[in-house]
Design a binder for this molecule. Structure first.
Ligand SMILES: Nc1ncnc2c1ncn2[C@@H]1O[C@H](COP(=O)(O)OP(=O)(O)OP(=O)(O)O)[C@@H](O)[C@H]1O
Length: 224
């Protein structure tokens, strides 16, 4: 990707509290095309909320989300800008895998290449697939869709190890086309993938050093 075609997604000003409990308070997040950015944090710290807010599905009054410095709220309304995999199922159960691929403007054979067991299931309905297979199909379609950015909330959840490895390779390859923001507790798979790692803790987003493991231990995300 040339420097001229690179894009920067930024978010800040995001404030959220439930009663006395502050979930997000001091957040600056930056993802550039050509990067995989990892977002880690303990259960319930606000990672999903942050992704929903960047995507624009959750409206928080002071949130600023910008692409190349221009405000884009809600971001999902900008054609071709970004897509987002939530933790909950995304695809309508009645669609076949091939129809779901068409919905995202994706060549299904190409997207499922490298997963022979999936390629054989193009005519099956999403509702007939196993949970892990559904998750994998969703991730592959979003990854191959023609957007500048993709946001993934637990893309590896339920996916069997051999496919997680292939998927991790595909994330790396997809960097040539887009910027990726992902959160997943499978840190052993996530960390080697990432160009930048953020830790969300006590409402604050901290960018970690290039070897993030000591900081992750210090902050209690990993056992010391
Ligand atoms: N309607 C609500 N009322 C009160 N608290 C809420 C509400 N919705 C979400 N929360 C709290 O907001 C926090 C952030 O939730 P979120 O799902 O963003 O966390 P997360 O970091 O993605 O967690 P996990 O790693 O478990 O997926 C959680 O502690 C949750 O309990």
């Amino acid at each position: 990707m040339s420097a001229a075609s690179s894009h920067v997604l930024e978010a800040d000003g995001i404030q959220l509290a439930f009663g006395e409990r502050r979930i997000l308070s001091d957040v600056y997040l930056r993802v550039q095309t050509g990067q995989v950015v990892g977002l880690l944090g303990r259960n319930g710290c606000g990672k999903s909320t942050l992704l929903q807010t960047v995507f624009g599905g959750r409206h928080l009054p002071d949130a600023s989300v910008r692409v190349n410095g221009r405000r884009v709220v809600p971001a999902y309304r900008q054609p071709g800008l970004l897509n987002y995999l939530p933790q909950v199922p995304l695809l309508p159960e009645r669609l076949t895998v091939a129809e779901a691929a068409r919905m995202f403007g994706v060549n299904a054979q190409q997207a499922l290449d490298g997963f022979p067991d999936l390629s054989a299931q193009l005519s099956r309905r999403i509702g007939e697939l196993s949970g892990g297979t559904t998750r994998l199909v969703q991730v592959l379609l979003l990854l191959h869709a023609n957007t500048q950015f993709s946001l993934f909330d637990e893309p590896f959840s339920g996916v069997m190890p051999v496919h997680v490895e292939t998927l991790a390779d595909l994330f790396q390859q997809a960097k040539a086309r887009k910027g990726i923001l992902l959160t997943d507790h499978r840190y052993a798979e996530v960390l080697p993938l990432c160009d930048v790692v953020y830790l969300l803790q006590n409402g604050r987003l901290e960018q970690l050093p290039s070897d993030p493991v000591p900081a992750l231990r210090d902050r209690g995300y990993l056992a010391s």
